[in-house]
Design a protein around this ligand. Sequence first.
Ligand code: MG
Length: 159
Amino acid sequence: MNIRIGNGYDIHQLCKGRPLIIGGVEIPHELGLLGHSDADVLTHAIMDAMLGALSLGDIGHYFPPTDPKWAGADSLMLLSQVNQLVRSHGWRIGNIDSVVVAERPKLKPHIKTMRDRIANTLELNPDQIGIKATTNEKLGPVGREEGIAAYAVALLISD
Ligand code: MG
């Protein structure tokens, strides 16, 4: 089989006193995402999709939140490491698609920059990186602005 598909999901709590970093972009907002690394929820979902496609486990296995080494880590740097792992197994990314679910702030103005940064990190063309943003229609924890969630799928192609 020369193609594989994986999916990833992540959610982080919103809190005061943290930056809001999504898809490698710092977005102006009065709340940020809580986490051991930079808590980049979208990049985490993408990494899990890539790892899942090859049944290589999840990001918690490679970058455990108990390890001080990853405190405040730049998730794009972690993404680059996951990409190297995928490449070392003889696979490359066909495309990625993703959704960020956030009630606020408006993410649309930042999506092009997110696509550019993720594509650059993965050495891909931005047209291989789909990023969509939606609200949760005020429903549930995401709708109450207690957190931001992200979903991703990755299609990998054998070299
Ligand atoms: Mg995470």
